[in-house]
Write a protein that binds this ligand. Structure first.
Ligand SMILES: Nc1ncnc2c1ncn2[C@@H]1O[C@H](COP(=O)(O)OP(=O)(O)O)[C@@H](O)[C@H]1O
Ligand SMILES: [Mg+2]
Length: 243
């Protein structure tokens, strides 16, 4: 039975798709059967970040409206066969998430993790994911607006019955953090009311990897951060890396 994790944020561009993709890769590299898809209809990006854009012919929109079977739309990651990816549709109109529950139910026993990358805010993708997830990860950048919006989203998730809500602080930079309005990481955690899963640095190499669909360099700080998140997700008490 899979853990179904929705990846959400209040503000756009906090790095949901990037985090969802690299976290999924790290889960798979550690041996967990992982399924990653994106519900941000019309604004897809995980296909590029995970390096499968040339291989993805069909998408989750095609599967949900019955135009193709799931096996046709699933692409196995070129980096690990434990990771299966289904792209979001490039089109916005005529795509419905109504059948998402039936679809996730149908793959529930095939995976250890199902990662649902959503869209910013509390619209259709958020609500569809909320209805099928048993855990949530909220991604915020360390600034007052993003954190305030993350709180709204994490409250909404919690009050809709998902009690396991974790926070990822993304694009952390020691220099600019002084201007964030927060004293330290703890004050962000308090403001978001969610348990911290990890702190991802603002990292040009990560940005480059995401743009070109390449994996994070093994042993790089960002790769270690995602690796430690996987361990934390699976119950280990590993120290939070802040670089
Ligand atoms: N930790 C990071 N360091 C540097 N750039 C990042 C980081 N995380 C994300 N980005 C960049 O930020 C942009 C937005 O990321 P994306 O994952 O598309 O956000 P969202 O899905 O929340 O809209 C992308 O250009 C991505 O490469
Ligand atoms: Mg996105």
């Amino acid at each position: 039975m899979a853990r179904v994790i929705m990846v959400a944020s209040g503000k756009g561009g906090t790095g949901k798709s990037t985090v969802a993709t690299f976290l999924s890769h790290e889960l798979a590299l550690k041996g967990y059967r992982t399924f990653l898809t994106e519900l941000d209809m019309g604004f897809r990006s995980i296909d590029v970040i995970s390096g499968i854009s040339e291989m993805a012919v069909y998408d989750i929109g095609d599967v949900l409206d019955g135009s193709c079977t799931a096996d046709k739309a699933i692409v196995t990651s070129p980096r690990t066969d434990k990771l299966h990816i289904m792209a979001a549709p490039g089109r916005k109109n005529g795509v419905s998430l109504h059948n998402l529950k039936a679809f996730t139910d149908s793959i529930y026993n095939d995976y250890d993790y199902i990662i649902l990358d959503t869209a910013a805010g509390t619209g259709e993708a958020f609500n569809a994911a909320l209805a099928v997830s048993n855990m949530a990860v909220v991604v915020a950048t360390p600034d007052a607006i993003s954190v305030r919006d993350a709180r709204i989203v994490s409250d909404e998730i919690y009050y809709n019955g998902i009690r396991d809500v974790r926070l990822i602080i993304n694009k952390y930079n020691k220099e600019t953090f002084r201007h964030s309005g927060f004293e330290d990481g703890d004050s962000i955690i308090d403001a978001c009311c969610a348990q911290l899963l990890g702190v991802v640095p603002a990292d040009e190499q990560l940005h480059l990897s995401a743009m070109t669909g390449r994996p994070l360099a093994a042993g790089s700080v960002s790769q270690k951060v995602f690796s430690s998140m996987v361990e934390r997700l699976n119950g280990s008490h590993v120290q939070i890396i802040v670089k």
